[in-house]
Design a protein around this ligand. Structure first.
Ligand SMILES: [Zn+2]
Length: 265
């Protein structure tokens, strides 16, 4: 690990506990030739896994309110739900889905949801969330964000940031950054994640950032805007951060890291 990136890598921290009360499955896929499916629901959050009991021989399982829980590191990352048919000799997939937990409030009433699977049928669950950190607007971070724009498309609505680059991002551009992998850009939510002091210190004014990363943009290249398509964004953002095609040539920097160091001064 280089010294420049270690500044911005906070320790992984559990910010809350998600409790999933499993209610029922409805019209799940029948994967068995004799009888019906034997469904089990598996929730994963990064490396954490929570599995329900297996309910035998039914496509409409009653989970009888079984409670499962997961530690949450970031409410901005959806939970994956995987439903399988457990047989003696095999495990067939009955379907998958994702649960967004970003809107859950600590200590609120159960959030009952009927989650459709990507195959057929649905799983009914009730979610509750207990925060282990004080959930309030980080005023320091909010102040840093004020007046900045998305460094890629110029959108004034900033909900995300790349903490490895020190760059403010809109939701659409943050999705492209995430797809590039954490070697290129580490994305965090401004409102939902807990930030370390070093991460806050590493953030740059969007103009300063772009004077380095777009300082040498060819006149033939058109900058993306908040209404650009996903394809246009992907192309532009890859050129900007993977190929470093728009960087200020006077800096003679050839690596992403060198440009970040330049921008941070
Ligand atoms: Zn943007």
């Amino acid at each position: 690990m280089s010294s420049s990136s270690s500044h911005t890598e906070g320790l992984v921290q559990t910010v809350g506990i998600l409790t999933i009360k499993l209610i029922k499955g409805t019209k799940l896929k029948n994967a068995d030739l004799i009888g019906q499916s034997d469904p089990q629901v598996i929730f994963t959050n990064g490396r954490q896994v929570a599995k329900s009991k297996v309910i035998d021989d039914t496509c409409n399982p009653d989970f009888k309110g079984e409670n499962l829980s997961l530690c949450i590191e970031s409410k901005s990352i959806p939970i994956k739900m995987h439903v399988v048919d457990i047989d003696t000799f095999s495990e067939d997939v009955l379907g998958d889905a994702e649960l967004s937990i970003s809107g859950l409030k600590s200590g609120a009433d159960l959030d009952v949801r009927d989650i459709p699977l990507n195959t057929e049928g649905s799983i009914t669950i009730a979610l509750s969330y207990t925060s282990l950190v004080e959930e309030k607007v980080d005023e320091e971070l909010d102040k840093l964000r004020s007046g900045q724009v998305c460094v890629d498309c110029g959108n004034k609505k900033i909900e995300w940031a790349s903490v490895s680059l020190g760059a403010w991002l809109c939701i659409a551009c943050s999705g492209v950054h995430r797809s590039l992998g954490t070697d290129i850009s580490k994305v965090r939510s401004v409102d939902l994640d807990v930030w370390g002091d070093e991460q806050k210190k590493g953030m740059l004014a969007s103009n300063d950032f772009n004077s380095v990363f777009e300082g040498g943009i060819p006149s033939s290249v058109q900058k993306i805007t908040p209404s650009s398509s996903r394809d246009e964004r992907e192309k532009y953002i890859k050129q900007k951060y993977v190929e470093l095609a728009f960087a200020d040539k006077n800096l003679k920097a050839t690596k992403l890291e060198e440009l970040v160091n330049n921008a941070r001064g």
